[in-house]
Design a protein around this ligand. Structure first.
Ligand code: SAH
Length: 260
């Protein structure tokens, strides 16, 4: 099927000495793109993250190198990953860097691409379905909806220091009706306090979508006032969304109703 697909879609080939930075999507392996499949079929070596579904890796005969963190295990340093990408490419290998979601959304793909650009290594970016859009879709929450929000803000809950991201939360609160938060579960209580102080209501709709687009997906619909408490009991891999669009989940949640 890959050859037919590649010909029909005129997909480029992953050439020797190249790196493709590919988004694997948030969970469901079916969410990988055709370009992502092409890279899996053609790569000599894959550097993959913890968030990548095993099923995708088993599709490929390439050497597989784990480059991410898993519970308790310290993450590989970003510089080491970038150096390894450069080294493998310079050896003339066809390199696939496979990351969860979209590589350019809170995924440090930009840093890896910078390292490649600076080392003169040719690369292609293959976008993926990001958790803050596709993960919400798996919970029946449209990221935008005509009746609820014309804008959305994507936020990371913590910075490189592991602390709550420093920003003007009052401005964030006013900026767009819907806020989508990555890497923020630990700070849910603090974030909710800041948004309440900025004038949002404690009964405003909020949801936690944990393990989105995976077999163990959990959707917790709550309120801004209760978000901190709800997050404490939620699984650790979670996207949070605050805004009226959350209420659509009641009507639009589809996953449980879908035949396997
Ligand atoms: N590049 C990724 C994001 C990486 S940051 C993307 O575009 O989706 C990691 C954060 O993404 C996690 O802390 C969590 O907030 C979110 N995330 C990624 N996959 C997820 C999933 N399947 N379910 C819920 N949240 C997810």
């Amino acid at each position: 099927m890959q050859n037919d697909l590649a010909a029909a879609l005129k997909l480029p080939s992953l050439e020797k000495g190249w790196v493709w930075l590919v988004g694997a999507g948030p969970g469901d392996p079916g969410l990988i793109t055709a370009l992502g499949l092409q890279a899996l079929a053609q790569a000599d070596v894959i550097l993959y993250d913890a968030l990548v579904d095993e099923a995708l890796l088993t599709l490929s005969k390439a050497e597989k190198i784990y480059a991410g963190k898993r519970a308790g295990v310290r993450s590989c340093k970003q510089d080491e990953i970038s150096d390894l990408l450069v080294k493998l490419a310079k050896e003339g290998r066809r390199v696939l860097r496979l990351k969860g979601g979209d590589p350019f959304v809170f995924g440090r793909g930009g840093e890896e691409a910078q390292a490649l650009a600076r080392a003169g290594v040719p690369f292609r970016i293959v976008p993926g379905v990001t958790a803050g859009i596709g993960g919400l879709a798996y919970a029946g929450i449209p990221v935008t909806h005509r009746d609820t929000n014309h804008a959305v803000t994507f936020i990371t809950g913590h910075g490189i220091d592991g602390k709550l991201t420093k920003m003007d939360w009052a401005a964030v609160s006013r900026g767009a009706p819907t806020l989508v938060l990555y890497m923020a579960r630990k700070f849910a209580g603090e974030i909710s306090e800041k948004l309440l102080a900025a004038g949002r209501g404690k009964d405003d709709a909020a949801a936690i979508v944990a393990n989105a687009a995976r077999a163990d997906q959990q959707v917790i619909v709550t309120t801004l006032g209760e978000l901190g408490a709800a997050a404490e009991n939620a699984p650790s891999l979670a996207i949070m969304v605050i805004g009226e669009n959350v209420r659509l989940a009641e009507e639009l949640s589809w996953l449980a109703k879908t035949a396997p």
